[in-house]
Design a protein around this ligand. Structure first.
Ligand code: NAD
Length: 355
C-alpha cells in the first residue's frame, strides 16, 4: 500500500459491542450512555423485533415507532420526532437495516438524542456521520458529528435469517465502502487496514454464507466485514461509486443495495487505472483484475448484474450521466460525461468489466 506521508486519524467515536447474543446487553447499553427512556425504531416488517427490544428494556423503554422507510423520508421523520417528544424519550434504539438507522440519525440530528444501533443487514450506516434524506422526491446527503451513533450492538444471531439475496447485495454495498475507502483522498493507514480486512472477511465468509445461511461462523465473519466497511465509510470521503449510486437511487428510484452491487465492478474497474497500487490487493483477493474479479465474485454469489433488471430504461442513461457530472467531486481518475455514460451502459447491460 502507498500511504500518504502525512495524515490525520480522527479516532473512532462509536463504542462497538460485537458477538452472539449481544442483544441481551441493550439495557446496559442505554444505561451506559446515562439515558433512561428509549424510543425503539424499526420498519413495519421488523415491528416484532422492536417489541422484543422493548421487552428487554423494561422500564427503560419509552415505546416504539415502527414506520422507518427507505431513503429516510422527512415526513416520516417529522412523525417520529413528534412520537419521540410525546413519549418523553432521551435516546433511540434502532433495530434493522440502513433505513432504520437513518431514521435514528434523523431524529438525533434534530433532538440531540443518543443512538444505540442494532444492525440486521450489512449496509453499514451505523458507524458513519452521514445522513441521506428525501423530501418531495429529492434526496440530499449531509455529514455532521451529531449524526454519528454513540453505540452499536452487532449481534450475529440477528443476521442468521437475512435472506440470501439481501445478504449478497447488502454485503456488496459494504464492500463498496471499503473499496472506495482504499483510494479516498483523506484515507489514512488505519482506514486502509480496515478496508482491506473488510474485503478479506467478505471474500472468506460470503460464499460460505450463501452455501449455508445459518452458518454462524461465516455469518460472524461477514458481519465483522460489515463493521469494518462501515467504519471506513465513516472516516473518509467517498467518490465516483457512491456518487453514481446516489444519482441512481435518488433520481431514478433504484433500490439501494442492488444498485451498489451492480455498479461496484464498473466503478472500481474504471478507477483501477488511476490507482493501481491502492487497488492491487482487491485484484489479488478477487483473483483477477479489480473490476473483472469483483464482477466474477458477484456473479458467483448470484448477485444482480444488470441495471436494466432494476427497471432503468436505456434513455435514462444519458440523464443519469448528465446529473452525475453536474457538480465536481473528488475522484482518483478524471472523467468526462462520456466516461460516465460508458460505465452506466456497461452496468446497464451487465457487461463484465475488463480493467
Ligand atoms: P433497509 O434497511 O431498507 O432494509 C430492507 C428491508 O429488509 C426492510 O424491510 C427491513 O426491515 C428488512 N430487514 C432488515 N434486516 C432484516 C433481516 N435480518 N431479516 C429480514 N429482513 C430484514 O435496507 P439496507 O440495505 O439495510 O439499507 C438501505 C438504506 O440505508 C438506504 O436508505 C441507504 O441510503 C442507507 N444507507 C446509509 C448509509 C449512511 O452512511 N448514511 C450507509 C449505507 C446505507
Amino acid at each position: 500500500m502507498i500511504h500518504p506521508r502525512a495524515f490525520v486519524f480522527p479516532g473512532i467515536a462509536t463504542k462497538v459491542i460485537f458477538g452472539h447474543g449481544t442483544l441481551a446487553q441493550v439495557g446496559d447499553a442505554v444505561r451506559s450512555l446515562g439515558r433512561g427512556k428509549a424510543l425503539v425504531l424499526s420498519t413495519p416488517q421488523q415491528a416484532d423485533q422492536a417489541r422484543d427490544v422493548v421487552d428487554r428494556l423494561g422500564a427503560l423503554a419509552a415505546g416504539t415507532f415502527t414506520e422507518a422507510a427507505m431513503h429516510t423520508p422527512v415526513d416520516v421523520t417529522d412523525r417520529a420526532v413528534a412520537a419521540y417528544q410525546a413519549a418523553g424519550a432521551d435516546c433511540v434504539v434502532a433495530i434493522g437495516g440502513g433505513s432504520t438507522t437513518g431514521l435514528g440519525k434523523a431524529i438525533a440530528v434534530r433532538t440531540s438524542a443518543d443512538q444505540v444501533v442494532i444492525p440486521t443487514t450489512y449496509a453499514g450506516s451505523e458507524m458513519t456521520d452521514i445522513l441521506g434524506e428525501t423530501d418531495k422526491g429529492e434526496k440530499t446527503t449531509r455529514r455532521d458529528p451529531a449524526i454519528r451513533p454513540e453505540l452499536v450492538i452487532y449481534d450475529v444471531d440477528l443476521t442468521l435469517g437475512l435472506p440470501v439475496s439481501m445478504t449478497v447485495t447488502s454485503a456488496l454495498n459494504a464492500i463498496a465502502h471499503a473499496v472506495e475507502g482504499l483510494y479516498a483522498a483523506d484515507a489514512n493507514p488505519i482506514t486502509d487496514m480496515m478496508a482491506l480486512e473488510s474485503i478479506r472477511a467478505f471474500k472468506r465468509g460470503l460464499p460460505e454464507v450463501v452455501a449455508d445461511p445459518a452458518n454462524t461462523e461465516a455469518r460472524a465473519e461477514v458481519l465483522y466485514g460489515a463493521w469494518l466497511g462501515s467504519t471506513t465509510l465513516g472516516y473518509v470521503s467517498m467518490a465516483l461509486h457512491h456518487k453514481l449510486c446516489h444519482v441512481l437511487g435518488g433520481s431514478f428510484g433504484l433500490p439501494h443495495a442492488e444498485t451498489h452491487a451492480i455498479m461496484l465492478p464498473h466503478t472500481a474497474g474504471f478507477n483501477a487505472i488511476a490507482v493501481p497500487e491502492q487497488l492491487r490487493p482487491v485484484a489479488e483477493l478477487m483473483g483477477g483484475t479489480v473490476g473483472g474479479g469483483l464482477w466474477d465474485f458477484a456473479k458467483a454469489l448470484g448477485a444482480p448484474l444488470r441495471l436494466s433488471d432494476l427497471g432503468l430504461e436505456e434513455p435514462d442513461l444519458d440523464r443519469a450521466a448528465e446529473i452525475a457530472t453536474r457538480q465536481p467531486y473528488a475522484n482518483p481518475r478524471k472523467f468526462t460525461r462520456d466516461d460516465i455514460k460508458t460505465i452506466l451502459t456497461d452496468a446497464w447491460r451487465g457487461t463484465r468489466s475488463v480493467t
